[in-house]
Structures are given as structure tokens and as C-alpha cells.
Design a protein around this ligand. Structure first.
Ligand code: PLP
Length: 539
């Protein structure tokens, strides 16, 4: 059994590190139980269509390359001229993967006027990957199609695809990393600056600003359970303070899994009117899990950097596929243009090795350059096979015309079913179940409220005051083999536990709920026994 002192030490680690250690505990101690790790957000499903399409394009690309060199295992480059014609001869219209690719050809021609040869050459060269990404920020047709995908899933009713520039990155993780890095390199946020963070939030947004390199002053704008995880408009009023440089948001939130309400979006729009240089960073990784989702980028397009990742929806965490989106007219470029002469000079020196006109080098291109320490700008950019894999995921949505994307519906139904089962297993009425804006990717359960509801207020107090915060999670891992995540690392209040609805077979979620209930009952037995002993002792 873990000692209290060890638990205190464990609580100092980041949430994901604690999760790892819990998993080790579960492996060492669990008795007859199977290990159920619902700590991580890694999904247990994948999108198959886009992956098959990728494989098929590689096959075609190799046959194309053998047209120019065919010597042992050696092929040559791919010729663009009439590549569309050859592709139509190559495919088998009976195969569904080929049907998908043929429909894609028609779609990009009909909707965007792309030439078949131009589009296919980009895709085929892209998957073969024998050229540096060019342009390094993003391939040409790739940017158009990814923008349309973001239009369908995130920009929603604000027509922004035509005025948005993209930088595909190695997952959302690299996007976050590049953003922090370039904001600091360009002195848009300096050590000691105030930044606002909507908490609870995905841990890196709390952990990165605390690192020595940044030393930012964090101000929490809280979303509370009592308010259905919506940010209080009073909290948003704090943004009127112009010394607040930036606002960091995950929307829909992680861990609470809720999208910002129309009222909150409105309050943000108002705050931007009063604080027009506010920089907003919104991470919309879970956006497509919410019907009619509206990104903050649509509300404040000139102030917002948008982070997206294909990891979760398409089950592609190992592929590392993400992006940054920024409006062509944005406050980041404006702030750089308006900076004092001495700072401008420093930045001119930094970027003059890669551009003739460093003053007008856009912030998004600075992120591309900074991502490779400026000096390696000419080899920067996301690998081309990764860019094409992003396009293929996007096309699975675009061909459904964004109206009825069967795959997205399935993903939503899957996490929703698991969330419902978990609540049933916990014996909780899930009347709060179909609220709009709930992505259901994670469930956040309050252990103390659950304890109170089941066994009364004194037991809740006993649990809160007699044990380390993570004692319950440690016991759950050791005795029941169930690994869940402490919400405190995300900035949640003590007692909040995050359960990922993404990474276990659906039939396990009731079991998790029941195991939590069983362990709670065991704590209650101890509590009762202690009470009885102290009563008989005082007799
Ligand atoms: C999972 C996650 C990411 C990381 O995405 P990757 O593409 O896997 O790097 C970023 N932001 C949030 C909010 C996430 O939950």
C-alpha cells in the first residue's frame, strides 16, 4: 500500500505523469481485475477510409515514378502532365477506396475549380515525399481543402475559409509549442506579462507558462460545475484590463468537455471590442464532437490563433497531425508592426536571413521559421505525407458536404454511449445527459459530491479531510486496476476526476462506474467502523 508521504510526493507531478505512475501501480498490484486505463485521451477507434486512400495513392505514386526510372527498386520522379488520365486507368471503380478518390477528384474540381492534374500531382508527390515541403508553410491545394474542412467543423456560420492561412504541424502539441515560442521570440508576450487562462484546462497550457523561459503571470478565468462548466460573464469582464495580453482557451474544454455557450461567445466579442489588442489562442481539438460547434475564431477572427488536431476524431495520435489557423488580417501582425524601433531592429536582424522584407514578414511565417530556429527555414514545414493524410481525413468530411458526415456522427454516438454507461455504472441519473455543447469526450465526476449523495455529508467530510487528494485514485488503481485522472492538474477543484470516454471498449464503462462505486462503499465501511469505535470508546 502506498504511504501518505508518497501520495503527497506524487501530487507534485503533472497530471499525465501521475497517470503513468497509477498505471504502474495497477500493473503491480491488481488482483483479479483486468486493468482499465481510462486516464489518457487517446481514442481506441480509427478512421479507415482515409488510411486506405493514403495506401492507394502511394501504390499509384510508385507506378507513376516507374514511368521515369524503372531499375530494380529504383523509381524516378512523378510527371504531372495527364496524371489524371493515368489515374482513371489505374483505379478499379468497383473498389470503394477508389470510388472515394474518384469522388474527391470530381469534388475538388466542381467546388474549387482545381485542375485534376494539379491536385493529383500535389497528392501523389506529397505521399511519395521526395521533395521538401514547398511552400514550406503549407502545400497549395492542401491549404484550400483544410480550410474548407475547418469551415464545416469549426468556423461554422462565419465564412472565413477564404481569409484564413494555415500552418500544418506535428500534432496539436507542436502547434501549441510553436505558438508559445513565437509569441515570446517576437516579444508579443514578455516575462512578467499577464495572460488569462480559462481553467480547468489541458495541462500544458498551465505548465508551459510556468517554465523559466516564459515566467508569465497567469490569471485564471474559471468555469465552474455549478454553471454547467460555462465561463461566468463576470470572469470574462476581467479581460477588459488592457494589461492582459493574451487569453488561452480550450473549446470544447478539456477536461470538462463543454463548448462555449452563445452567451460566453458574445461576452468574448464584447471584451475584444474594449481590449482590441487582446491575443486569443483557442484550441478546438474537440470541436467536431459538438453539433453546430462555433469556434471563438468565428467571433473574434482578427484576434485569434486557432489550434486544431486530427489526433482525436480520426484516431491518429501516432501520425502527429495538427495545424495552426490565422486570419490574413490579424492583431499579431499589427502588434509587430506597431512595436518600438529598438524591438523592430532586433526582429529585423532575426528574420532578415530568410526574408527581404522582415518588417512585413507575417506572424504565421515567423512561426514556420521559428519552428526550425530560422536558420533551417528552407527545410521547414510538416512532412508532405502528413499534410496529405490531413487532406484525406478532411475529404472524408467534405464529400459528405459537411451536412451529414457519417463518420463524425458515429464518433459522437460512441463517446456519448460510453458516457451514458459510465453514469449508469455509477448509479447516477444522467438527466444532464443531452445538454447541447457537451462533447462527451471526457466525463468529469466529482468524487466528493458522489460520496455525499450516496452516504451523506459527514462521510464526504471524512473523505475530504482524512485522506490525501489522490488516495482514492491510488486505491482504485492498486485494488481495482482502474486508472483515472486527477482533475487538479488541469486546474479543477479537488475531488474532480477525469474519465476518458475515448480509449476503452464500450462495455468497460459500466464496469468502471461500478468499480468506483464499490471502492467508495469500502471507504464508507471504514468510516462507519471508525465512528462505531470512537462511540464505544467514549462510552
Ligand atoms: C490531445 C490534445 C492535444 C494534442 O494533440 P496532438 O495532436 O495529439 O498533439 C492538444 N490540445 C488538446 C486540448 C488536447 O486534448
Amino acid at each position: 500500500m502506498m504511504e501518505r508521504q508518497q501520495e503527497i510526493e506524487l501530487e507534485r507531478f503533472g497530471a499525465f505523469e501521475v497517470g503513468k505512475r497509477m498505471l504502474t501501480l495497477a500493473h503491480h498490484h491488481h488482483h483479479n481485475n483486468r486493468i482499465l486505463n481510462a486516464g489518457r485521451g487517446n481514442p481506441n477507434w480509427i478512421n479507415t477510409k482515409a488510411r486506405l486512400a493514403m495506401a492507394r495513392l502511394i501504390e499509384f505514386g510508385v507506378s507513376e515514378s516507374n514511368r521515369t526510372i524503372c531499375s530494380g527498386d529504383m523509381g524516378g520522379y512523378v510527371e504531372e502532365e495527364k496524371i489524371g488520365e493515368r489515374f482513371r486507368q489505374f483505379v478499379d471503380p468497383q473498389r470503394s477506396v477508389d470510388q472515394f478518390l474518384l469522388k474527391s477528384l470530381n469534388f475538388v474540381h466542381d467546388h474549387f475549380g482545381m485542375s485534376e492534374d494539379d491536385f493529383l500531382a500535389e497528392m501523389v508527390n506529397g505521399v511519395i515525399g521526395n521533395n521538401y515541403p514547398n511552400p514550406s508553410r503549407v502545400l497549395k491545394n492542401t491549404e484550400i481543402l483544410l480550410n474548407q474542412y475547418l469551415q464545416n467543423t469549426l468556423y461554422h456560420e462565419h465564412d472565413l475559409a477564404g481569409q484564413t492561412e494555415l500552418f500544418p504541424t506535428e500534432g496539436g502539441s507542436a502547434a501549441i509549442d510553436y505558438i508559445f515560442h513565437s509569441l515570446v521570440e517576437n516579444e508579443l508576450i514578455k516575462s512578467g506579462d499577464k495572460i488569462a487562462i480559462n481553467t480547468p484546462i489541458f495541462t500544458p497550457y498551465l505548465e508551459i507558462p510556468r517554465l523559466n523561459d516564459y515566467q508569465l503571470v497567469e490569471m485564471n478565468l474559471r468555469s465552474e460545475r455549478e454553471n454547467n462548466w460555462q465561463i461566468d460573464p463576470k470572469e470574462l469582464a476581467k479581460l477588459n484590463d488592457p494589461t492582459i495580453k493574451a487569453l488561452f482557451i480550450v473549446n470544447p474544454t478539456n477536461p470538462a468537455s463543454h463548448a462555449f455557450s452563445p452567451a460566453a461567445l458574445h461576452a468574448i466579442a464584447e471584451a475584444v471590442k474594449r481590449n482590441p489588442k487582446l491575443m486569443i489562442i483557442t484550441d478546438d481539438v474537440y470541436g467536431p464532437f459538438v453539433k453546430d460547434f462555433q469556434s471563438i475564431y468565428g467571433i473574434a477572427p482578427h484576434n485569434t490563433l486557432l489550434v486544431y488536431s486530427f489526433s482525436k476524431l480520426y484516431g491518429a495520435t501516432g501520425c502527429r497531425l495538427g495545424l495552426i489557423a490565422v486570419n490574413k488580417h490579424n492583431v499579431f501582425d499589427q502588434l509587430i508592426r506597431e512595436s518600438p524601433a529598438d524591438k523592430k531592429k532586433r526582429l529585423q536582424e532575426r528574420y532578415s536571413i530568410v526574408t527581404m522584407d522582415p518588417d512585413n514578414f507575417h506572424f504565421i511565417d515567423r512561426m514556420v521559421a521559428d519552428s526550425r530556429s530560422v536558420g533551417l527555414y528552407h527545410t521547414a514545414g510538416l512532412s508532405t505525407p502528413q499534410q496529405i493524410q490531413e487532406v484525406l481525413f478532411a475529404l472524408t468530411d467534405l464529400l459528405g458536404n459537411g451536412v451529414h458526415d457519417d463518420y463524425i456522427q458515429r464518433a459522437r454516438r460512441l463517446v456519448s454511449q460510453r458516457s451514458r454507461d459510465l453514469h449508469i455504472g455509477l448509479g447516477m441519473t444522467s438527466d444532464d445527459h443531452d445538454l447541447t455543447g457537451d462533447a462527451k469526450y471526457y466525463s468529469l465526476i466529482n468524487l466528493y459530491s458522489l460520496a455525499e449523495k450516496r452516504f451523506g455529508h459527514p462521510f464526504r467530510q471524512y473523505l475530504e479531510h482524512h485522506f490525501e487528494r489522490i488516495d482514492f485514485l491510488v486505491q482504485l488503481a492498486e485494488e481495482n486496476g482502474v486508472v483515472l485522472m486527477d482533475g487538479v492538474g488541469f486546474g479543477s477543484r479537488p475531488g474532480e476526476i477525469r474519465i476518458s470516454n475515448a480509449n476503452l471498449p464500450t462495455e468497460d464503462y459500466r464496469l468502471i462506474g461500478r468499480q468506483v462505486g464499490k471502492l467508495l462503499a469500502r471507504y464508507y465501511q471504514r468510516f462507519k467502523k471508525q465512528k462505531e469505535e470512537s462511540r464505544s470508546g467514549s462510552d
